[in-house]
Design a protein around this ligand. Sequence first.
Ligand SMILES: NC(=O)CC[C@H](N)C(=O)O
Length: 448
Amino acid sequence: MTLRLVQVMKTGRTRITPLSAAFPSSRAPESFLTPSESHHLLRPPTNLHSSIQVFLENPSLHSATARLTVAAWFVVVVCQSSWFVVLEGPPRVASVSRSCSAALRSSSVRRVRQLASSRRLSPARQCSLPASCRPSISVKSPLPALAEGERPWKTSDARLVLEDGSIWKAKSFGATGTQVGEVVFNTSLTGYQEILTDPSYAGQFVLMTNPHIDDVDTRAITRRLREDGSLIEQEWEFNSKVPQETFHVVAYDFGIKQNILRRLASYGCKITVVPSTWPASKTLKMKPDGVLFSNGPGDPSAVPYAVETVRDIIGKVPVFGICMGHQLLGQALGGKTFKMKFGHHGGNHPVRNLRTTHVEISAQNHNYAVDPATLPEGVEVTHINLNDGSCAGLAFPAKRIMSLQYHPEASPGPHDSDYAFREFVYLMRQEKRKKSEPQLSTVVEVAL
Ligand SMILES: NC(=O)CC[C@H](N)C(=O)O
């Protein structure tokens, strides 16, 4: 669910100490989104779950644990500037989520700006919570206690100010300052790390809504995870055999996710990542077997240069668009995109593949969509989102174009749509064969 604008006001200066500085490396993730090192956003740390485990097990970190528990289901992050705002001590996750959602739903940009500038933020409207409501966790652990000063981050007071005037008391860590942005809910149960570092969220606030950590014994889960390994993450399968045929893919980086590259590599692709401004002519000179247009933040209509590039490439080489890439393709083909009411953000969106009739459960993160009615003849809607019937995938077979509005690389998310990478490879293979054996490939294609 997409929410409107909020403002986060932060007071005081804070800085995250990397967890590695606070814990032995065997127990700590490599880094924890150090704000001064924004490149970490594109190279996510290894495992946020393990950082949660560390804290849950350490009896000296009750308050940090409580915050982290809260963080696990209700974190606000301004992506790409590494702000983390953890709302303080709500009594129940569900009720706070609901009431906060309602507040967020009734917001508007102008209002929040007015509120911020006139400082009419009445304390009476603050949504602070009584101390009795604060989460308390008692933990017994053999791990050595850390002194106060050794806590891995410093927090400072922060306020999440919604357009309706409600103010949510919070503790923040990470960058400091004041930021206005659009809040989007993400309903995924796992993959906080990938979600919070997904460049497609640049300029937005991500609100994790997973309520399932409330009222459960997180220590028991931790113990279980330590025994059996992660129960909620699935491992991707990578081809153990070296693929016989490799394909050179030029990947346009509009905010690309690492797992897109990993999935392509797994299917035998050699990938060259180019910046979003890379001219089409240079790409075509590289003679790639295919071009990928990646996911990315914001309104596709705001990047006409990218639409131009896509237009210059399509029809000349097989292309695959993912999310923003799909929207750019839609526009390059002559279609229009529009802003959705709430957008889709989560890991459980049902999508129907209209070619196979199969339903896939997919990971999604977008606020804009292609209006299929505006597309020219020959463009096929291949997938629809079953929640609202919106266009979730396109193909233009005559021009070797395919695209998905959602995330087949699913990081995080279900793997149902991974076949899309195979289909892209198939497109490239067909094209390659056509070039090397024009007559034979025509026969093969007709036969198929
Ligand atoms: N994940 C993405 O590529 C997002 C696409 C686009 N920024 C949108 O919100 O619709």
